[in-house]
Design a protein around this ligand. Structure first.
Ligand SMILES: O=P(O)(O)O[C@H]1O[C@H](CO)[C@@H](O)[C@H]1O
Ligand SMILES: O=c1cc[nH]c(=O)[nH]1
Length: 256
């Protein structure tokens, strides 16, 4: 690794060559790879790094738009490191392309949630800004995602996301190694449903606070893989199709 390459993401500003501003950022490294190498209309110009499984790829769309497809890893601590380094190499626009569990009744498996803001139950975010600092997405980039979903005719919901630090306890799952939830977490999903929160995921709120504090545009589109008010299960049969919808929306929002 050369000296100017960032320690975790494993590439430097120089590796990007021409101007690149946007990143599609996924928790799953294989989703980042599929966007770059298996998506119609995406030309993968270079594997930038696979350091620590934080895969990143330099890509080009048919209209010439260059972007990076990259992995944040799961959860806010990993995302905070990757995003900090992406900003250091000059990236200004970060769209999280994730998966989530639906909370609101209308948020069904296979649909998409575009987050306008997030409830932040994330420890890492407290190292970025005070706890009460807003976790709001960039409005312009969020509208670009909404317009892309409309153009593509995909089923989407726009609203508030709950970003939490754990997939099991924090999302009120009891079918796990820890069936005994803290009293403070018992009933939290129903409380969020009543607060009109749309979905659970694990990175958006910290990304949004970082965007506002560091001065880059942040947005998030997630594919819905579970309906948490009726089940704890992730619907693996629908995963590929739902993820492809989120990827198409993000790519469509990037076009010049
Ligand atoms: O599919 P990704 O982008 O990883 O997002 C969701 O999936 C992971 C949990 O399964 C968490 O990272 C959560 O936010
Ligand atoms: O239920 C889910 C599904 C995907 N990702 C989450 O964080 N929760």
């Amino acid at each position: 690794m050369g000296e100017s390459q960032l320690y975790h993401i494993g590439f430097s500003k120089q590796d990007l060559g021409e101007q690149v501003q946007a990143v599609l950022l996924c928790g799953d490294p294989q989703r980042a790879r599929r966007i770059a190498q298996e998506t119609d209309g995406v030309d993968c110009l270079q594997v930038l790094s696979e350091n620590r499984g934080l895969n990143s790829y330099l890509c080009r769309l048919p209209d010439g738009t260059r972007f990076i497809s990259a992995t944040s890893g799961m959860g806010a601590p990993s995302l905070s490191i990757v995003v900090n380094e992406l900003v250091q190499v000059g990236l200004h626009q970060i769209i999280r392309v994730g998966t989530c569990g639906g909370i609101a009744d209308q948020v069904k498996v296979g649909s998409l949630v575009i987050s306008q803001a997030a409830l932040c139950r994330q420890g890492a975010a407290a190292d970025i800004a005070p706890r009460d600092y807003p976790a709001a997405a960039d409005p312009f980039l969020t509208v670009a995602l909404v317009e892309a979903a409309q153009r593509l005719g995909l089923d989407y919901h726009l609203g508030v996301t709950a970003s939490v630090d754990t997939f099991y306890e924090g999302q009120e799952r009891t079918d796990s190694a820890n069936p005994q939830l803290l009293r403070s977490l018992q009933g939290v999903t129903e409380e969020y449903r009543q607060l009109k929160i749309l979905n659970y995921e694990m990175e958006a709120a910290t990304l949004f606070k970082m965007g506002l504090v560091y001065g880059f545009s942040a947005a998030c589109v997630c594919a819905v893989l579970a309906e948490r008010c009726s089940s704890e299960k992730v619907n693996v049969e629908m995963k590929k199709q739902a993820e492809e919808g989120a990827v198409r929306v993000a790519l469509n929002a990037l076009k010049k």
